[in-house]
Design a protein around this ligand. Structure first.
Ligand code: ZN
Ligand code: ZN
Length: 649
């Protein structure tokens, strides 16, 4: 038997690949078990190579009869690694857990079929669906006003792809992956979808994974991780709510799901559909540049009208309970009287959101983080919302006093007030009151069944929910969101306002939206109509002037360590070295400076921001930054490189 040598990709966070030999012939994409640092580990065959001039070990076992991973998938892994300047082994580790990499692929039962319930598309929907060509790469961006039926288009195109014998991957934010959606899709497409997200049991995950990679199932509905299921016959990828920030992965490789879906679609040469009522400014820009094709849906079927939006100047109106603008309060009274339904959005949980020492005026902060504490009355405690440390008794760090004044309000305080005015008419939903998707769905169901008139909550309630009886939406506290130190703050506020406004008056009832603010002159308040691209023109021109994405490539380097001085020094050395590079002419380097969260979980944090007009110069800088850091880091010091960052805190 001839001995052959192979480069094997292992799920380990180190640079480079590992070479092993085998007595049999292997193929790219096959899984093999190899000895690695005193244990056995599953890896992927990348390529056959010439006999190396160093000694190597033998492959223990080949796992697959046919390669589990296609050549395109391996190209995809390589491209992710190169785009995020991240070792390929770390990419593999980050996107597929070891359990999945070791999964045994066996024959499975045929997937359940469903009788198809056909629906008639509107002309507008049909035209868009017809314009999407199969079997060729193109990224379609569907911007549909809330309630315009983007999903009807997804389903229509998905059906065509399935009928042509290929597979469809449909990705939604984790929170939208509801039983209702699964059921609706089953009947529209005539097949039960394979489901994929990280909360599945191992047994269920194994079944869905196997069904999809063996092409037994034609349709997978999943959260972010579904993109990396190595199916070989995918003919369409749909990314719903493409603007969702939860698509950005926090840990390395800190990829953005949407961008990775587009990258993969390009490699596979298939169409991609991105959909949203409020696309990201980046995607609108990509459409303007001709990288994406923009389709606009402007009609609401059944002639449902868009809600009337009013901006309420808090400086010129009474605040009921010192919190709620009088017109919003009056509207709630009417809703309760008429037994209709309303939504109140407040993107802050807790009771009081600021606690000041009565003696000296110092803000009560977490001892581990540079963050103000929020009080929770029901728990009789204060809490740090970043590290979750609980405080039963507060002591002022400056003067030692134990008496604090409470300011600001969160959902708990609003609930208490509304409950006192309208007893038993309120359901509150935030991550404090609902601890799981199950209780979330239960509470939403209660509201749907009209067990309450007012649904109060954080942005959990703003997304894609369908309550036909809601005629009024009141928004409190949008000012906090707009004031965040984040170049996307206005975009995030805009998206939230448009999304939550879309909850008002969806079917036969017309709706009203009142937004209370201290800053009624902010331009986005006049752009909430969302039937045109006015907001995007404004936002993109601001980004262009201030040189933020998409007009520049951006990366954020966060150094964190328990010793403040050593942390700063390492960041400083890194920044200085970067500034002395010959590529520095094409880079703008800011910092190091304190991160907005200057201390988090007892670690000091320093930030360097790098802007670059080209991706390649930015990548060079990131690789060098990592090398400098590796050389001079101390102890457990960490460097997090976040390319195309979404969290600016
Ligand atoms: Zn004090
Ligand atoms: Zn904390």
């Amino acid at each position: 038997m001839e001995i052959t040598y192979y480069n094997i990709l292992l799920p380990v966070p180190t640079e480079g690949v590992y070479t092993y030999f085998s007595e049999g012939l292997l193929h790219t994409g096959e899984r093999v078990v190899v000895p690695f640092r005193k244990r056995e580990i599953t890896g992927i065959v990348l390529e056959k190579i010439e006999k190396p001039d160093f000694e190597c070990k033998e492959i223990i076992m080949v796992c697959d009869n046919t390669p589990l991973f296609s050549k395109e998938y391996i190209t995809f892994l390589k491209n992710i690694a190169s785009y995020y300047t991240c070792p390929m082994g770390l990419v593999l580790q980050g996107i597929l857990s070891e359990k999945i990499l070791n999964m045994e692929i066996s024959d499975t039962e045929p997937v359940k079929k469903h009788p198809i319930k056909d629906i008639i598309l509107t002309n507008e929907q049909q035209e868009i669906a017809d314009s999407i060509q199969l079997n060729t790469y193109c990224c379609h961006l569907i911007k549909g006003i809330t309630g315009s039926g983007k999903t009807e288009i997804y389903q229509e195109v998905a059906k065509k792809v399935i009928n042509s014998g290929r597979q469809v991957l449909y990705i939604v934010p984790e929170i939208s992956l509801t039983p209702q959606l699964i059921e609706r899709l089953s009947y529209r497409l005539g097949v039960e979808p394979s489901i994929y997200h990280y909360k599945l049991t191992h047994k269920a995950r194994k079944k869905h994974f196997t069904d999809f990679v063996t092409d037994n199932s034609k349709f997978m509905l999943g959260a972010r991780s579904a993109l990396f299921v190595p199916a070989k016959n995918i003919g369409l990828i749909i990314v719903d709510e493409e603007h969702e920030h939860s698509y950005k992965q926090d840990e390395s490789p800190s990829y953005h799901l949407r961008d990775m879906a587009v990258m993969y679609g390009n490699i596979l040469n298939i169409p991609i559909i991105l959909g949203s009522a409020t696309p990201s400014a980046e995607s609108i820009y990509n459409a303007e540049c001709g990288k994406y094709v923009l389709h606009s849906l402007l009609e609401r079927p059944n002639n449902a009208t868009l809600p009337k939006i009013e901006i309420i100047d808090m400086k010129a109106t009474n605040l009921i309970g010192s919190m709620i603008a009088e017109p919003i309060y009056d509207e709630l009274s009417n809703i309760v009287k008429r037994d209709e339904q309303a939504i109140i959005l407040l993107n802050r949980k807790g009771y009081s959101t600021y606690l000041y020492c009565q003696q000296c005026g110092a803000l009560a902060e977490c001892v581990n983080c540079s963050v103000g504490l929020v009080s929770f009355k029901s728990k009789n405690k204060s809490l740090c919302r970043y590290c979750n440390t609980e405080y039963n008794i507060l002591t002022c760090s400056v003067c030692g006093s134990k008496i604090f004044q409470e300011y600001g309000y969160g959902t708990e305080k609003i609930e208490e007030f509304l409950e006192s005015m309208f007893p038993d008419k309120i359901i509150r939903i935030d991550t404090e009151s609902v601890s799981s998707i199950k209780t979330l769905n239960k509470n939403l169901k209660r509201f749907e069944n009209k067990e309450a008139n007012i649904l109060l909550g954080t942005q959990l309630i703003a997304k894609g929910l369908h309550f036909p009886e809601v005629t009024f939406v009141g928004v409190l506290g949008i000012d906090n969101l707009m004031a965040l130190p984040d170049f996307r703050a206005m975009e995030k506020a805009y998206q939230l306002l448009v999304q939550v406004s879309g909850r008002a008056g969806r079917e036969h009832l017309s709706g009203k939206v009142y937004i209370q603010t201290m800053n009624p002159e902010v331009p986005i308040f006049n752009m909430l109509d969302n039937t045109d691209l006015e907001f995007y023109k404004w936002e993109l021109s601001r980004r262009n002037i201030t040189q933020y994405p998409p007009f520049t490539k951006l990366a954020r380097l966060i150094f964190s360590y328990i010793n403040q001085e050593e942390c700063y020094n390492t960041a400083k050395i890194t920044a200085n070295t970067l500034k002395s590079l010959k590529e520095a002419a094409n880079l703008t380097i800011y910092g190091p400076k304190d991160a907005t969260l200057a201390k988090l979980q007892n670690k000091y944090r320093y930030e360097i921001l790098i802007k670059s007009s080209t991706n390649s110069d930015l990548n060079k800088a990131l690789i060098i930054a990592q090398q400098i850091f590796n050389k001079c880091k101390k102890g457990a010091m960490r460097l997090k490189i976040d390319k195309d960052p979404y969290f600016m805190m």
